[in-house]
Design a protein around this ligand. Structure first.
Ligand SMILES: [Zn+2]
Length: 543
């Protein structure tokens, strides 16, 4: 079995190849964490020191980061910096006092020749809320500028450790032969005289097995909400899994044994995305599909505290904002609001009820998917719009205000007001005895599709609703003559009457086809009228 030190050489090799040859993996430093842990004296004194970066290092400081999970509430928490012990931590922290994940990460960073490391619970004062909000807001940059991100992905909590859990694990399910090989001999010899090297031979494992290694099936780490932005934004992450060390950078994914090497996937994020797409904001469509990939992954993750729903995604939101110049609206975007509103809780209408664990302090409005988190593995689904030839939004934003108690997303949302204007129909939502929901307009027109409703509504109940058109997608079929129109609308129910405010119950879509050759400029003045012809544009406040 190779020693752990010799296995770290593999990481050094990946690092130097990445440093020398990968232009995508270089980030220009702009922000530094407020504090870092200085490891310079660690080998001699067995102590590390918390430092204030403004006094000692430039923005181009090279540091490692640790990506790990704290574990369930029942686990003993990791060592933390608090207002009480911070002076002590500035003087030095004994390696013996560190929980195992931290101690292993420190050892790995030292072996890789990196002098500083950033660890969340030690570098942010955990009982100083304003320090937490400010540093959590910088999280995107802290990970984006990390020289190497060490993922303690096999540890179930802060005390699991990194090194001992990561061993070239020879699974019982994989046939393995242990043979002894003598370089001087022309053939493999099964000898036990001590002069031979020992090799283990096994067939290259199926990709599926590796997929599981990087999934929640192998470790709760991969289900954790906070982890997504850490591994999505750090240019290089090295995963210590229960089986092997795995390397991920923006140009390469590789397993330690070399049997899985890919220049085109980032397995820990999404198999369908190539590395090239993963950080490509050069076109609107690519940036938007990247955002959707993040969202789909994020919305299935666990959060120990539901109140972290926005904070744990703040890094991704801030990164997308800086890359595209778009304006965030509680997890949605002003520029694509008509499409972003088409989210739904997975599992179909009525299969899932509004989460009972929603905290009274959660102040996210019904139109933001943030109000549904955490949802667990079923997650929240989002419509993919990129394949449509043309989208004609009808929704306009008339008023938008938000107020946070501190930095956006990492503090508490105190107030939000959204007023939209669009074409609106008054309709009736009825729930059948089977639990299907359908909407009717004017008592006569039965619409073809069933809307997706997020709430558990009583069977057999009827609800007066407003159907608010948000966009029309048009696609031309292969022969160039037939068009398909898909109208999307929100299903809204009055939540307060003075002044009238509406909550989002769900959304629906209506499809229709046209063979009309003359329709060369489809849009809201054309086929939209089939469904919304009697309607006028109205202003509606959403809550
Ligand atoms: Zn690289």
């Amino acid at each position: 079995m190779p020693s752990f030190e010799s296995r770290l050489n593999a990481i050094s090799k990946w690092l130097s190849d990445c440093d020398c040859h990968h232009t995508r993996c270089v980030e220009t430093p702009s922000v530094r964490p407020r504090r870092l842990l200085d490891l310079e004296e660690a080998e001699r004194t067995k102590r590390i020191r918390l430092i204030e970066t403004s006094a000692s290092v430039g923005t181009d400081v090279r540091y490692a980061t640790l990506s790990h999970c704290w574990g369930p509430k029942t686990s003993k928490p990791p060592l933390k910096t608090t207002l009480e012990n911070i002076t002590h931590h500035y003087k030095g922290i004994s390696l013996d006092d560190l929980n195992l994940n931290f101690r292993d990460a420190v050892v790995i960073a030292i072996k890789l020749g990196v002098q500083y490391i950033w660890i969340d619970s030690l570098c942010i004062i955990q009982d100083d809320y304003s320090d937490w909000e400010t540093e959590a807001e910088k999280m995107a940059d802290i990970y984006r500028q990390s020289y190497i991100n060490i993922a303690a992905s096999a540890a179930h909590d802060a005390h699991g450790g990194i090194v001992d859990l990561s061993f070239l694990h020879i699974s019982k399910d994989i046939p393995t032969a242990v043979i002894r090989y003598s370089p001087g001999a022309p053939t493999v010899r099964y000898t036990g005289d001590g002069s031979c090297e020992e090799l283990m031979i096994r067939p290259s494992a199926l990709k599926q097995e590796y997929r599981e290694l990087l999934s929640r099936k192998s470790s709760p780490y991969f289900a954790r909400g906070w982890v997504l932005q850490e591994v999505a934004l750090a240019p290089r992450t090295v995963y210590f899994t229960t089986d092997q060390i795995m390397w991920q950078c923006r140009e390469l994914f590789e397993s330690e044994d070399g049997t899985w090497s890919a220049k085109n996937v980032i397995p820990a994020l999404d198999y369908s995305f190539t590395v090239e797409n993963c950080f490509d904001f050069t076109s609107k469509v690519r940036a938007y599909s990247l955002w959707q990939m993040w969202l789909k992954s994020y919305a299935t993750r666990e959060l120990t505290y539901p109140s972290d729903a926005a904070a744990a995604a703040a890094g991704l939101i801030n990164y997308y904002k800086s890359a595209t110049g778009h304006t965030p609206m509680l997890g949605l975007w002003k520029e694509t609001l008509h499409a972003d509103l088409k989210w739904s809780v997975r599992g179909g209408p009525f299969k899932g009820s509004r989460p009972s664990n929603k905290l009274p302090t959660s102040s996210f409005p019904s139109w933001s998917w943030l109000c549904m988190l955490p949802r667990g593995e079923s997650g929240v689904g989002f419509q993919n719009i990129i394949y449509y030839d043309k989208i004609v939004p009808s929704l306009r934003i008339e008023e938008w205000e938000e107020k946070w108690s501190g930095p956006a997303f990492t503090s508490k949302l105190e107030y939000a007001k959204l007023v939209i204007s669009t074409f609106v129909q008054d309709g009736m939502l009825s729930v059948t005895q089977k639990g299907d929901a359908k909407v009717e307009v004017n008592g006569s027109r039965a619409w073809q599709q069933f809307p997706t409703i997020e709430y558990q509504l009583p069977l057999g109940s009827k609800h007066a609703v407003k159907l608010a058109h948000i966009e029309q997608a048009i696609y031309r079929h292969n022969d160039g003559k037939a068009f398909q129109y898909r109208d999307s609308y929100l299903v809204l129910r009055m939540a307060a009457s003075d002044p009238p405010r509406y909550e989002r119950l769900g959304f629906g879509e209506l499809d229709c086809f046209s063979m009309d050759d003359n329709v060369d400029k489809p849009g809201p003045t054309g086929h939209l009228e089939r469904h919304f012809m009697e309607s006028d544009r109205q202003s509606i406040e959403l809550v």
